[in-house]
Design a binder for this molecule. Sequence first.
Ligand code: SF4
Length: 286
Amino acid sequence: MLKITRSSLLYKSRVEYADYCINHIEGCSHGCRFPCYAMMMKKRCGVIKNYNDWIKPKIVSNALELLDREIPKLKNKIKVVHLCFTSDPFMYNQPEVSSLTLKIIEKLNKAGIRCTVLTKGVYPKELADVSKYSVNNEYAITLVSLDSNFKNTFEPGAAPYKQRIESLKHLHDKGLRTWISMEPYPTPNLVGQNLLKILNEIKFVDKIIFGKLNYNVRVSEFLDNKDFYDRCANIVVNFCNQNKIGYHIKYGTAREDNKKTEKILKKISVSDKLEIYNLTQTSLNV
Ligand code: SF4
């Protein structure tokens, strides 16, 4: 695997549900074609040239040394560290990434810092070992469908849905807190599916975060998309209330607050919109 070094690792997040974050990998072999917001940002900043650059991940080889320096300085300020916003900490079929992630979680937990982790990969079973990893960590998977054709088109390098769910269920059964990021949830012109059927597969979790798909031209082709997301948000809220599951509907998903999302979409350049459109068209073979 390719390697890079960085001068710092822990940083304060501006994301609504996170505190501090770590991104110890650059790029992601999952190669999501929603498209991936992190990829778009890295491209805009000139860090990568294109999609092919993005799907060749580079590991931060000095990550553990950086943590040894940064943890003592920051540990009184940190409530929780999230892994990761701009890559995937348990990238499917990337053992070097998983191994480094486990060492990072262990180091943070030893310093009394708990972690939240989000992946489209598979959780190693050893995370249930509470002599090494904190019982206060939270583990999540992204799950927006159960349709393998949809996964192969939109999340080509990510783990099959069944494996993701099983690995999360294992951690839940061991008494750990688990949640689902159901975002970006696709519109029916991208995949026809029953939201309740997906929710029933993951009703063991403690929390569900639900959000719409923002950066895909084909969403706006689905003219009923605002009503659709409003209906979906209601289904998620009712399901969570009935099953005593916590939930968070991302800002811009329910009808009353989707104006802000429209403003964000207006800020995306025409060339980026075209690239998103081309990526999606190519991946759908239309
Ligand atoms: S898993 Fe996340 S970081 Fe990786 S390509 Fe998909 S959206 Fe991007």
